[in-house]
Write a protein that binds this ligand. Structure first.
Ligand SMILES: [Zn+2]
Ligand SMILES: [Zn+2]
Length: 311
């Protein structure tokens, strides 16, 4: 029976955990984290960025909207979000507890370090990330994962204000027009209101953002990792019992992206949970030697294999 309402998060998570028993622990833990992130987003006081120097030409050339914002504008929101989420992340993943406590203290007390972190996460400045990680004696990958967990609610809360600046419907880049993150999920969709001849066979391809949950249209038959359009080196595979769930992978750059085919589905889907429900496909793709386009936190923590232990 098709539903126009998204069912409660907890019901969906329970179903996912029931379907993928080997990944139950990951689904439950990250489900709790997604709940906390949604709460953090609600609690944030949204102020429109004061220093925003939007330029249409640069946006249409592929620069995301955050490129026009001074990263320091997100400072208070990042501190607030991290103070809620990092202690929780440490409870859910005890081995990270100590390191999260150390960086949490530093984020509160050291304004220069906060600004380095903001440059790293808002503008994707890799040098700033390396420097901030070295100063805190943690690995850049761990720091990025922790920052992304806290930054997600901040950028999501500011998404509508940023999108109002630009013709985002024209965007056809692989990365997110709002925050520049790589997608964690593709969907195949059939949008109503289009005449049949405009719908390419197999539907439209959309991307979902791993950080701000924005959803935008991309082109089909192109690798979002390297732009490869040679169909002989673009592969798609799925498991026999779930033909609507795919992995798109590229033999040139060896990256993959999970995809959910919604062409024949009239149910509303919670896209923020979907990537977590496809964690079993992450495991298959990684066992074939592909790397995720956007390492989800469960992948960044090395948990996307049934053998991995979360603690
Ligand atoms: Zn985004
Ligand atoms: Zn590629």
């Amino acid at each position: 029976m098709p539903s126009t309402e998204i069912r409660p998060r907890q019901t969906l998570l329970n179903e996912m955990a029931g379907r993928h028993v080997a990944f139950r622990e990951i689904i439950e833990r990250f489900g709790m984290l997604l709940d906390r992130q949604a709460e953090a987003r609600e609690e944030l006081h949204v102020v429109n960025p004061a220093k925003c120097a939007y330029e249409e030409e640069r946006f249409l050339g592929g620069e995301p909207l955050v490129a026009f914002v001074n990263p320091e504008e997100f400072g208070p929101a990042l501190r607030q979000s991290a103070s809620k989420l990092w202690p929780f992340l440490g409870l859910v993943f005890p081995p990270l507890h100590e390191a999260l406590g150390t960086i949490g203290k530093r984020l509160d007390e050291d304004g220069d370090w906060l600004n380095l972190c903001l440059r790293a996460i808002v503008h994707g400045d890799e040098e700033a990330l390396t420097q901030a990680a070295a100063l805190a004696h943690v690995s850049p990958d761990f720091l990025f994962m922790a920052l992304q967990t806290a930054y997600g609610p901040c950028i999501t809360a500011h998404k509508e204000a940023l999108l109002s600046l630009a013709p985002a419907e024209l965007w056809r880049k692989p990365h997110c027009p709002v925050c520049g993150s790589a997608p964690d999920l593709a969907t195949l969709e059939c949008h109503s209101g289009q005449t049949d001849f405009l719908i390419s066979k197999g539907g439209e391809l959309w991307h979902h953002c791993s950080a701000c949950s924005h959803h935008w249209r991309f082109v089909r038959l192109e690798c979002p990792g390297c732009g490869n359009q040679d169909h002989k080196t673009l592969v798609r595979f799925s498991l026999p019992d779930s033909p609507r769930e795919h992995i798109y992978a590229c033999e040139k750059c060896r990256h993959y992206l999970p995809c959910l085919d919604l062409m024949e589905s009239s149910d509303k889907v919670d896209l923020d949970l979907t990537a977590l429900g496809l964690v079993h496909l992450d495991a298959v793709a990684q066992s074939k030697g592909y790397a995720p386009l956007s390492p989800a936190p469960w992948t960044a923590l090395g948990l996307a294999t049934p053998e991995a232990k979360a603690s």
